[in-house]
Design a protein around this ligand. Structure first.
Ligand code: CAA
Length: 380
């Protein structure tokens, strides 16, 4: 692995850092409090190319590598994880699958506006009774000849209300178990497709998380992504890359908390000196920084393997497992370092602590990452 970033990669990182500071920071506390989706900010992210970073330019994307994506995700997540989850889902879970498995017609119609950031998408796998156990899909896509009849419900869908394109996983042939699952491309506003309640969440409160309902939605056959019965494999492969995005989000939450803690510990004085000169605080900061650097290496390694066309299932699961743990630990420490100020909203660290928790849950809980890693270890 090359530890030197290219000029292009550094320019992407700097652009993301600049965008986060100038466009996302103002109002982030209010958006969190009011559960307000950062609509204007996400539109700007689209204009700047952050929503379709890795897609081939011939489909309107940025043609960048995954390392650049990790760098950008970290910077955006330092400031606003509600905006970065929208970015991660569109890049990793929606655009990637469409580019890898889509027909030319699907790429032209759906991928191109998604990659240009004119619209964004949602990935609809989780159900009320199928979260970790993703093979147990209850949503059905009955084969009716030239269309599928879609019925069922999805839960905890990121971008649930603001998305324009939805990748929906559903069971077509129950007998075939996971080999009978299909992935269908849906458009917002299709008859029988209802956006349900918005979740009132602990963290990433600005993100747009909804349940979805489908009643006799007619989805034309040409909107099936991949081959008949290939849906579950598409979901698993897609999540391998999605986990790099969420690992980088966790990394950004952790490094954002560290930056705030360093700044505060230089300004805040206690017992006659800045608090970083007390060993108790210095040790905390050193440990946070070391863990964050290790998490960064795992994120970059997973991205590097993906860019090299090598297998990255284990690496992305390891990156997500470790970075999300570090995000939780670092944000708790950042609140502790801030003392009473850490417990109030103006200092940002309490929000980062709440946001960190979801990184241990979505796109596979930490326990799911351990299952993926242990299976890969047995196959090595
Ligand atoms: N790549 C390709 N194929 C894969 C794969 C991968 N990474 N992982 C599994 N498969 C294949 C297997 O090879 C197997 O295929 P065959 O039958 O042809 O051999 C098939 O898929 C079934 O695999 P398993 O037997 O391993 O399946 P399982 O039921 O034991 O489950 C699991 C495996 C890893 C636990 C999986 O169910 C899983 O990842 N669950 C978590 C789902 C998840 O992350 N949900 C998050 C929802 S998305 C979200 O949160 C988005 C958001 O809005 C932010």
């Amino acid at each position: 692995m090359d530890f030197n970033f290219s000029e292009e990669q550094l320019a992407v990182r700097d652009a993301a850092r600049d965008f986060a500071k100038t466009e996302l920071l103002a109002g982030v506390i209010e958006r969190d409090e009011e559960q307000k989706f950062p609509l204007e900010q996400v539109k700007k992210m689209g204009e700047l190319g952050f929503l379709g970073m890795m897609v081939d330019p011939k489909y309107g994307g940025g043609g960048m590598d995954t390392v650049s994506y990790v760098l950008a995700m970290e910077e955006i997540s330092k400031i606003d994880a509600s905006a970065s989850v929208c970015m991660s889902v569109n890049n990793s879970l929606v655009c990637w699958g469409l580019e890898k498995y889509g027909t030319e017609a699907q790429k032209e119609k759906y991928l191109t506006p998604l990659a240009k950031g004119e619209i964004w998408g949602a990935f609809c796998l989780s159900e009320p009774e199928a979260g970790s156990d993703a093979t147990s899909q209850r949503t059905t896509a009955e084969d009716k000849g030239d269309y599928y009849l879609l019925n069922g419900n999805k839960n905890w869908i990121t971008n649930g209300n603001t998305a324009s394109v939805y990748l929906v996983f559903a069971q077509t042939d129950k007998e075939k178990k996971h080999k009978g699952i299909n992935c269908l491309i849906l458009e917002k506003g299709q008859e029988g497709f209802i956006v349900g309640k918005k979740e009132n969440k602990l963290g990433i409160r600005g993100s747009d998380t909804h349940s979805l309902g489908f009643t006799d939605v007619k989805v034309p056959k040409e909107n099936r992504l991949g081959e008949d019965g290939e849906g579950f494999k598409i979901a698993m492969k897609t999540l391998d890359g999605g986990r790099i995005g969420i690992a980088s989000q966790a990394l950004g939450i952790a490094s954002g908390a560290l930056e705030l803690a360093i700044q505060y510990s230089k300004e805040r004085k206690a017992f006659g000196k800045p608090i970083h000169q007390h060993q108790g605080i210095a040790f905390k900061l050193s440990e946070m920084a070391t863990n964050i650097e290790a998490a960064r290496m795992l994120c970059l390694q997973a991205a590097f393997l993906k860019d090299q066309g090598k297998d990255y299932s284990k690496a992305s699961a390891m990156a997500k497992l470790f970075a999300s743990k570090i995000a939780m630990e670092s944000t708790v420490e950042a609140v502790q370092i801030h003392g009473g100020y850490g417990f109030v909203k103006e200092y940002h660290v309490e929000r980062l602590m709440r946001d960190a928790k979801i990184t241990q849950i979505y796109e596979g809980t930490s326990e799911i990452q351990k299952i993926v890693i242990s299976r890969e270890l047995m196959n090595d």
